[in-house]
Design a protein around this ligand. Structure first.
Ligand code: CA
Length: 321
């Protein structure tokens, strides 16, 4: 069981307290997203920007880009560490409104950002003190965007993984990305150069989500087409550079049933790929799943997934038991 951004159903996502709670609840892994700052530090944060989980708009007015977002890559780490972090919100009529109203209250208590190194030292320290060896599902957040900005996110993350001893397939770390080109480059060049060979997960989403852009031969950037991954033969192709897939949990279901008895998961398993879908949320279930428990049973029993990425580690553990 993989705790998505920590036990984010209960505490502000991505924070160290959320990771601690996940570990305490018995998570096998924590999932996190890595983004690079202006001064090339590696920040744990889900988005490329800071504005939906912090007070950056108040603290640094005028530092947003034309799209209104305050990008991590436009700030130095010390500026980011000076911000207050809170439960995810959107701004409606100038007011912060919680995305998940029943979760931790927005602007309550105090939370802060931290780096990938902080998180690794936290988990390794916890292993020392408790014997609980919580691993990492490390997502490289939009390597293509970092490339556009002149930064090599993959190489920077692999340098840190090597330094902290995550070097072999048995290490408690799996690297994930939606960016297939980045994963291909990691397998061929970045991993070998760093002396790191950890399992790679190809994340899959809908093409229309505009999650990933790819550079065309003429230098322009186009929306990456994921459709081929969901066709017969797609999984065999992914196997050339990845060890597993991370599909949207909805891709494994069809009208409340596993796709023809877990069709996509079956294809992946036949190709030798593990399957770790995202994201099981008690407060945002697929419309075809009557309960979190029913969803977990479907994923575990019908689709035989190897891991479930969830905001609610305790509920998934309970459902699996
Ligand atoms: Ca993620």
């Amino acid at each position: 069981m993989i705790a998505h951004r920590g036990a984010s159903g209960y505490l502000p996502e991505s924070t160290l307290p959320a990771k601690a709670l996940a570990a305490g609840m018995g998570a096998d892994y924590v999932e996190h997203d890595v983004v690079m700052t202006r001064d090339d530090r590696l920040l744990i944060n889900h988005d490329l920007w800071l504005d939906n989980v912090s007070d950056v708009a108040e603290r640094f007015p005028g530092r947003e880009r034309a799209d209104g977002h305050f990008y991590v890559i436009d700030f130095d780490l010390d500026e980011i560490l000076s911000l207050s972090v809170t439960e995810r919100f959107t701004v409606v009529d100038g007011r912060a409104v919680a995305v998940f109203p029943d979760r931790f209250p927005v602007w309550q208590s105090h939370f802060a950002f931290h780096t990938l190194e902080d998180e690794i030292e936290f988990l390794q320290g916890l292993r020392h003190s408790s014997g609980r060896d919580v691993g990492m599902f490390t997502e490289l957040k939009s390597p293509w965007f970092h490339e556009q900005e002149g930064k090599d996110l993959s190489a920077a993350v692999y340098d840190v993984l090597a330094r902290y001893g995550y070097r072999t397939p048995e290490s408690r770390c799996r690297v994930m990305s939606f960016d297939a080109h980045a994963l291909q480059r990691i397998r061929a060049e970045v991993g070998p150069a760093a002396g790191v060979d950890v399992p790679l997960t190809q994340l899959i989403c809908r093409t229309e989500g505009h999650e990933t852009y790819e550079r065309m031969p003429d230098g322009t950037w186009e929306n990456y087409d994921y459709d081929w991954m969901l066709q017969p033969g797609g999984m065999e192709r992914i196997r050339e550079w990845a060890d597993g897939i991370g599909p949207d949990v909805r891709m494994l279901l069809r009208h409340g049933e596993p796709m023809a008895a877990g069709e996509l998961a079956g294809w992946a398993h036949d190709a030798g790929l593990y399957v770790t879908p995202w994201t099981v949320r008690a407060d945002d279930l697929p419309h075809c799943a009557p309960s979190l428990q029913a969803l977990v049973r479907l994923l575990a029993d019908e689709c035989a997934v190897e891991g479930i990425i969830t905001d609610f580690p305790d509920l998934v553990i309970e459902a699996l038991a």
